[in-house]
Design a protein around this ligand. Sequence first.
Ligand code: FEO
Ligand code: CA
Ligand code: CA
Length: 629
Amino acid sequence: MQDAESVEWPHGDDPRSNRSAAPPIAAIISRRALLAGLAAATLAPLARPARAADGVFAPVPAGVDDRDHLPVGHSRQVLLRWGDPLFADAPAFSVAGQSAAAQARQFGYNCDFVCYFPLPAGSRSSDHGLLVVNHEYAIPALMFPGVAPGREATQTLGPAEAAVEMASLGASVVEVRRGPGGWTVVPGAHTRRITATTPMVLGGPAAGHPRMRTTADPAGRTVAGTFANCAGGETPWGTVLSGEENVHAFFGGAAGDDPARARYGIDGRGWYSWHRHDPRFDLAREPNEPNRFGWIVEFDPYDPRSVPVKRTALGRFKHEGATCVVNPDGRIAVYQGDDERFEYVYKFVTTRAWVPGDPAANRDLLDDGILYVARFHADGRLEWLPLVHGQGPLTAENGFPDQATVVIEARRAADRVGATPMDRPEDVEASPKTGRVYVTMTNNHRREAARIDAANPRAENRHGHVIEMVPPAGPGGPDHAATEASWELFLAAGRPGTDPGTVYGAGSGPEDWLSCPDNLVFDAAGRLWIATDSGLAAGAADGLYLATTEGPERGRVRRLYRAPIGAEVTGPAFTPDGRTLFLSVQHPGASRGSHFARPSTRWPDFAEGVPPRPSVVAITRDDGGPVGG
Ligand code: FEO
Ligand code: CA
Ligand code: CA
């Protein structure tokens, strides 16, 4: 999600530090007529070549307007919009007729992570599958008529709106099929909505711990729902991992003086009104409820009756996502970022190897293993420091009486072992070709000059950077279970010539730049793609970029997709054949001064009275070739 301090959605009280870079909304709207021609170019040719001289698509220029844009030769369809009915009996989207019951049968709000699971399971089908999509947070001032922008109005909403918000978050599992006319949604047996009230269970060392017990769950083993679902991952055994990120936003009430809560920003000043209507979100009444959020949630998208499990062994923090890599010895390494300023990069390594074709053997694999946190040394070494009760400073004397406490307070444990505070770690992906692992630091304008280090080399880091981690060679390939690795800076983002300290690859043209790297994905050809979440930090809309990782142009980026104003781009996911790219366009219209009655864009419907709708788009190449080729 966007940096809570740099946008007014839903945390509307904080002025952006660099708003001057963004055009005022009025200016954008008055330019609509001018932009209409450019907007049409989304799906119609511009007077530019379809390919650059080196055979790659001709990148979309930087800019910002109320539409989305692709290069000549690529098209997109809007596949899933907030409020689209997912079940055969689901009501059609109606702004005036919103209810929790309707929303629970419709596509949720603020789509984020997208993962494509082929159908039938185990196949490589690229024209029939399941899309699993996270829904991160609600923006009441864009969802409901008459709600003012900002936290004050959001915090005082009534129970009906709060219930809609709860039903709008979590995840959707949607069956999709590609035919001659493009992709269609198929209401089918796999369709599922997971929301903030879906029953789930706890697994791993924190399950059953006294700090996980509540009035509704005296055993500390079951939880109602998930929310703040940002990015995620998939396991080799066909389940999905969903990251709970900014969970602090959903709790309110008197927090008391509790450093363990404060370390997670759970201070009672939440963004929503949930605690007024449901006591479990009231910190004074249910002080342990926040301990049950901030985890990685695993579920089987192929089985709509499966009960999701919060895998506590992977640690509790503001999870961007969780990326599984199969180590040569069969164990699974799960790379994770904790998206907050000066937080850490983590890696979990399972104790056991996964067993292909044996779901029972893999079912609880993520409950048992070692959680590590990264220390980046200036000489290029990377240490993975274990977070294990009884090892090093993680003792009862230091307030860690058991492993449950270590994982519930993973941040404090990481502090104690000396992890490197980073510039908001987001997504992590490993190259399927080289095994090199890429991790984004999206930005950190609070990093002072006195606190820069080799891995976070810029003060007031407004545009972020990408680090490449290189596991050591082991028998059979890169050893992702090793406790040492090396690292180097892959790129430093921002607009060259305007922003200090940018680093890009040789051959980069004036348009070959990005700001605030966030989600990552590798395509079928092993090429890296970077989605951004800049909130107009560089005065241009967010997008999706192809990044060169090898050869003389290593570190060069090219913009394939440009989002409408206010939107971040998330969840890039390719079909196995690389011919369809699914993208989440999250929070379109979430720009300064924008609200339901006068949004900065009505993308994608552009119908009067209909607000912008967060949506998943399916991008294809007009000649049927691989996207971005
Ligand atoms: Fe939800 Fe770190 O973005
Ligand atoms: Ca982000
Ligand atoms: Ca994100």
